[in-house]
Write a protein that binds this ligand. Structure first.
Ligand code: HEM
Length: 266
């Protein structure tokens, strides 16, 4: 038996499936993401609206922001809003960071192993499969935590955790893919013949749903969110604030009613 966590499942797989087939699969997944995102942008017209709105907001700018300041705003937004998901707080933020970094690690190590170490004779540096398994585990931790406890309709609206709607397509296909990947790798390492093939097929199908479902799922938020965060910060700096009023500096006066239930912010 191989030690699962340090063995490269794609190199094992290459005894039955040529590496070129695995590489073509990865390329197909990338094309699916690009096509799905383009269709999403055309259908929702969100990017068109985004640029038109940014142009419109510029007209109400009260000061001009120079290039140096713009670069520093973009840099700060990327290092805070994007890399540390600072839009979210507390548990929600930790769960998102686990899922986001887990997924990024899982995808990058999958690509490296499939393109560089997917022949039966490949000698894979053991940190690659180690990170691949770690990435999948982090995705599961963040994703299942979100799924069972943090989803707004479960946490705030008391819907049961097993209620599935279209909006769950992304998070579900993401965690299920990571789970099937782990189970496949485990079964391959313990050599239970047949079962590992079943989970390989399930791993393939869940990847097809995850990457083929971009048009219908929240997948593309990972591209839109950074752009929107940068625009918001730029609009704050030039005083246009996306044509929204500035926060009031008056003391908060909501009356006692607001204390009846703790507010939940998302
Ligand atoms: C590989 C990159 C990423 C992955 C895998 C990922 C994963 C996820 C998942 C699974 C959800 C839950 C979706 C749902 O409501 O069902 C989510 C929500 C969210 N993501 Fe991401 N994300 C990524 C990148 C980003 C980036 C770059 C940002 C911001 C700049 C971001 C901000 C958010 C926000 C604000 C939510 C809503 C969270 C909530 O409802 O609690 N994500 N993300």
């Amino acid at each position: 038996m191989n030690f699962m966590i340090t063995s490269n499942p794609f190199s094992e797989l290459s005894q039955f499936v040529p590496s070129i087939a695995m590489q073509l699969f990865v390329i197909t997944m990338i094309i699916l993401v690009v096509v799905g995102t383009l269709f999403d942008m055309i259908h929702k017209k969100n990017v068109k609206y985004f640029f038109e709105n940014a142009q419109k907001a510029k007209k109400s700018a009260s000061r001009s922001v120079n290039t140096g300041e713009k670069i520093s705003i973009v840099f700060n937004t990327v290092t805070s809003d994007v890399l540390t998901t600072s839009e979210l707080d507390g548990k929600r933020r930790i769960a998102h960071l686990l899922g986001m970094y887990g997924t990024i690690i899982f995808w990058i190590t999958s690509v490296i192993m499939i393109f560089c170490y997917s022949t039966p004779s490949s000698v894979t540096p053991s940190f690659l499969p180690l990170l691949w398994h770690l990435g999948a585990i982090m995705t599961c931790l963040g994703g299942y935590w979100f799924w069972f406890f943090l989803r707004v309709d479960v946490a705030a609206e008391a819907n049961p955790w097993y209620r599935v709607v279209k909006a769950d397509l992304f998070v579900l296909s993401l965690v299920v893919t990571a789970t099937f990947g782990l189970v496949w790798s485990y079964l391959q390492a313990v050599n239970v013949s047949g079962w590992d093939t079943l989970f390989l097929v399930l791993f393939i199908i869940s990847n097809l749903v995850l990457f083929g479902g971009v048009y219908w799922s929240k997948f593309a938020h990972m591209f839109y969110k950074p752009g929107a965060a940068i625009q918001k910060k730029l609009a704050e700096a030039d005083g246009s604030r996306d044509n929204l009023p500035a926060p009031s500096d008056k003391p908060k006066q909501f009356g006692l009613g607001i204390k009846r239930e703790e507010p939940k912010h998302y």
